[in-house]
Design a protein around this ligand. Structure first.
Ligand code: AMP
Ligand code: GLY
Length: 416
């Protein structure tokens, strides 16, 4: 029997812990640092995701068979390299490969060099040439901080004043931290977006089912971008032809390109794609499972996640089995998110929702034996049913049984 360690603390990691708990080959699941909601499926360990030396010490002491990394920051900081140096088995891309998410400039250059379809762009480190470029472009203006920004580094501006101010915030006011010291300005693409993730092992690509995330905080694509306000899988509007062309023109060539660049990628490659009149194009790459996409994908995965990951790490081919059912996830967030919000607000009704609703915790903690909010995205409620319509009904019938002051959720998730 095997012990698994999951690195991370959100809804994605809660969903991963639940999936690993279904495997007859896994005896114990640890999550570092995890959160209070996971305690019935996993043991949470009070070690920060970025404290590599303590995580390694723990993995050695507990004889962990497999470590799985959820979030991007430890990946980009090289957690996989450090675990490997210590002969520990870990699933995720190296620091060199995680740059595909860590730097938008890197990923855009990679796509340009290898003819992987994406929006036209230029990269800037100085305000004046960036503003000059804006003046030659047409709105809406798409401005992207180069580095990691927790899903908030992309700003779409409808007029030039707003775009200039955002550029100033990024390039001269340091409002996006180091992430904004370089900015990519790119062409605005029109089309339907979807998330296409794959297990990648060097040149080999094993596509997962599709999912779709809703990024803006309010309904009808209004308000600022968030880490994701809800998701669903499958995505009926995306045809088999679009899926095939995405694998052929995007996922496969990207895996090959990373090998050619001397940055072979092993892990979950996340392609944020858009189906335009000129074909499918890349909006972004991530080096990990999406959140909340994972929460709606894993319930549909029928294969044993532990065995799949072990096979990939042992260079064996895998065969993924999926349920035909549909899954939807709706995020409950704090008032004000993705900007400032209050925390430590008591959450009521967690036990009142129907058993067929899965309540995944993202930003929660325990205080005086009460569950309270501790983040912007607080909970993700998921339901799996015969079709999306039914899954939507199931979620929205139950969602308001949970209550906390300022609770906000989108009412149009999977409204297809
Ligand atoms: P990203 O973090 O790069 O996925 O961007 C966040 C969101 O901004 C995406 O999901 C899109 O909705 C939007 N976006 C990013 N780049 C573009 C683009 N070039 N054209 C249109 N929308 C975009
Ligand atoms: N939901 C988008 C992401 O995980 O980046």
């Amino acid at each position: 029997m095997n012990k698994v360690l999951i690195i991370g603390r959100g809804g994605r990691e809660h969903a991963l812990a639940m999936k690993f708990s279904e495997s007859p080959h896994v005896s114990t699941i640890f999550v570092a640092p995890g959160n209070v909601g996971m305690k019935d499926v996993a043991t949470t360990i009070d070690i920060d995701e970025n404290n590599f030396s303590e995580l390694i010490k723990f993995a050695k002491k507990e004889n962990i068979k497999l470590t799985f990394v959820g979030p991007e920051v430890p990946l980009v900081n090289g957690i996989v390299d450090k675990f490997k140096e210590n002969n520990l088995n870990i699933f995720g891309p190296t620091k060199a490969a995680s740059i595909i998410e860590g730097s938008k400039d890197f990923s855009k250059n990679l796509m340009k060099k290898y003819n992987i379809p994406t929006a036209e762009y230029e990269t800037f480190t100085e305000l004046r040439p960036a503003v000059e470029y804006l003046k030659k472009s047409k709105p809406p203006y798409v401005l992207k901080a180069d580095g990691l920004a927790a899903g908030k580094g992309v700003v779409i501006c409808n007029n030039i004043n707003e775009a200039e101010n955002t550029l100033k915030d990024m390039l001269s006011q340091n409002k996006f931290g180091d992430a904004g010291a370089k900015v990519v300005i790119e062409e605005f693409l029109v089309g339907e977006e979807f998330s296409f993730m794959a297990f990648v092992n060097n040149e080999k690509v094993y596509p997962l089912e599709l999912s779709k995330d809703h990024k803006t905080v309010f309904e009808n694509n209004q308000g600022p971008n968030t880490g994701g306000m809800g998701a669903y899988s499958p995505v009926p509007s995306i045809t088999k032809e679009i899926i095939e062309s995405s694998v052929k023109n995007i996922l496969n060539p990207t895996a090959k390109a990373m090998v050619k660049e001397g940055r072979p990628f092993t892990g979950v490659l996340y392609a944020g794609l858009i189906s335009t009149v000129d074909g499918v194009k890349v909006i972004e790459f991530n080096a990990r499972f999406g959140d909340p996409e994972t929460e709606v994908l894993l319930p549909r995965l029928q294969s044993d996640l532990f065995l799949i990951l072990q096979d990939i790490l042992n260079d064996k081919d895998i065969n993924l089995k999926w349920s035909e059912e549909a899954c939807i996830g709706v995020v409950l967030c704090s008032d004000g998110y993705p900007n400032k919000y209050k925390t430590e607000i008591p959450i009521n009704g967690l036990k009142e929702v129907s058993k067929n609703i899965n309540v995944l915790h993202s930003g929660t903690k325990e205080k005086n034996s009460e569950i309270v909010t501790s983040g912007g995205r607080v909970l993700v409620l998921t339901n799996i049913a015969n079709n999306l319509k039914k899954a939507r009904e199931n979620i929205y019938n139950e969602i308001e049984k949970i209550k906390f002051d300022g609770m906000h959720f989108r009412k149009d998730i999977a409204d297809v």
